[in-house]
Design a protein around this ligand. Structure first.
Ligand SMILES: Cc1c2[nH]c(c1CCC(=O)O)Cc1[nH]c(c(CCC(=O)O)c1C)Cc1[nH]c(c(CCC(=O)O)c1C)Cc1[nH]c(c(C)c1CCC(=O)O)C2
Length: 413
């Protein structure tokens, strides 16, 4: 074969492959699919970026709305939830690569029949938490997720209209262990002694509760995807409270169950598969290889792990994962992508510190993520209420600039 015809053939193979990739990831009308491609382990022209809690109290426009409406009223009113979801997208126009639906992880305990209130300055409060396993009889036996949480689906639909394809929308839920911790503690805690007492005194009953929550997580995430969520994230915010053994016993199995449950369920419907992100805060130091193999496309990192080290560990543990074999839009194996992981407190330290830390985050030679893709830039936990919104803007702009440079130069890798 002549050089020219070989080139033609190669070109046509590449074109076919490119259009396959596009049809797999790009929803009609979606203008920016950077985060979807990065989540699928692909190289991207820069790192997509979003921020946990990007719709929140650091935004004056959010606080203004909250003066008029109670927290769970905002969650339960699709128009308000959609408006709040869109607030950061509007303010940081062109700088955020995803929206996350405004809601809370505690809507699942509410759907199970527990009362939850959001106390000013104190956070979530359960007036009647689960004190003993016998209290599980107070939980609804069979939760009608559509009836109890349909308002989230409505909010997703409305938000999608508002976004008009500008960026993808992320759905989410809390992980079973984190939700159980709230349900038993009755709120946040420094020691988690009540929830841990359950784990150690009543391991079987704890597993029953975790399983009941996990089943709801699967149904709720699938519902969010059917309503239009284009990625989903599972937040295990309290994973780091558990010893490695207890994490493997009481958290990891349910994280796995959720990933495979959602994928199986979506493969049985005409719904396209969506990338799944797991964020097990505080558990990465001991369990990153296990988390990388838990069935998620993306592993979220808190700031206690060095990106280059995490990349190495994840690549060793899960060199190429094949998900969604049966799903519509089935795909071949891909790298597990990473998300994170700048310390949110850097946003308090001014522009010079932000620039320095973004450089470290992006450049492989500085221990950062490097230019080979499969990275979604984010903070290592949610943005905190005292941050000046301008500083988040500076983070987003700097990240966009430096990560484009690094991807263009392949970061000398
Ligand atoms: C543990 C947890 C909760 N909720 C959530 C988690 C997991 C993430 C994490 O670890 O931070 C998840 C969450 N909560 C909220 C979102 C919305 C989407 C987003 O912008 O990220 C998401 C994804 C809104 C919220 N959820 C809450 C607020 C602020 C409450 C207010 O307006 O009064 C917002 C914007 C309240 C909330 N809700 C919760 C707590 C502990 C608190 C109070 C403390 C705090 O504000 O950080 C439970």
């Amino acid at each position: 074969m002549s050089g020219a015809s070989l080139l033609t053939r190669l070109n046509s193979t590449l074109t076919t492959r490119k259009s396959e990739l596009e049809s797999r990831s790009k929803e009609p009308g979606l203008k920016n699919d950077l985060i979807i491609r990065a989540a699928r382990g692909e190289e991207t022209e820069r790192a997509p970026v979003w921020v946990m809690r990007q719709a929140g109290r650091y935004l004056p426009e959010f606080r203004a709305l909250r003066e008029k409406h109670e927290f769970f009223e905002c969650c339960r009113t699709p128009e308000l939830a959609a408006e709040i979801t869109l607030q950061p997208i509007r303010r940081y126009s062109g700088l955020l690569d995803a929206a996350i639906i405004f809601s809370d992880i505690l809507v699942i305990p509410q759907a199970m029949g527990l009362e939850v209130e959001m106390l000013p300055a104190r956070g979530p409060h359960f007036p009647n938490p689960l004190n003993e396993p016998s209290d599980m009889s107070r939980l609804s036996k069979k939760v009608d997720v559509q009836k109890e949480l349909g308002y989230v689906y409505e909010a997703i639909k409305l938000t999608k209209q508002g976004l008009d394809g500008e960026v993808p929308l992320i759905g989410f839920c809390g992980a079973p262990w984190t939700l159980m911790a709230y349900m038993v503690e009755g709120g946040g805690s420094k020691t988690f002694e009540k929830a841990k007492r359950w784990l150690f005194k009543y391991p079987e009953e704890s597993k029953e509760l975790l399983q009941r929550v996990a089943d709801l997580c699967v149904e709720f995430l699938v519902g969010q995807v059917k309503a239009g969520a284009q990625l989903v994230q599972v937040f295990d915010s309290w994973a780091g409270e558990l010893s490695p053994h207890d994490f493997r016993t009481f958290s990891l199995p349910y994280l796995k169950y959720i990933a495979s449950g959602v994928r199986d369920s979506l493969s049985c419907t005409s719904c396209k598969s969506v990338p799944m992100i797991v964020f097990a805060k505080g558990a990465l130091g001991h369990s990153l290889p296990d988390i990388a193999k838990a069935g998620y496309d993306v592993v979220g990192l808190d700031w206690t792990v060095e990106p280059a080290v995490a990349r190495h560990i994840v690549q060793q543990a899960a060199p190429g994962v094949v998900f969604n074999k049966k799903a519509a839009g089935a795909e071949a194996g891909h790298r597990v992508a990473l998300q994170g992981n700048m310390d949110p407190a850097v946003l308090y330290a001014g522009k010079t510190a932000i620039e320095r830390e973004v450089e470290r985050l992006c450049r492989a030679k500085k221990g950062g993520f490097g230019g080979s893709g499969a990275w979604i830039a984010n903070l290592g936990h949610g943005i905190t209420p005292g941050v000046d919104p301008e500083m988040l803007g500076h983070f987003l702009k700097t990240l966009k600039r430096v990560s484009s440079e690094v991807a263009g130069a392949k970061d000398e890798e």
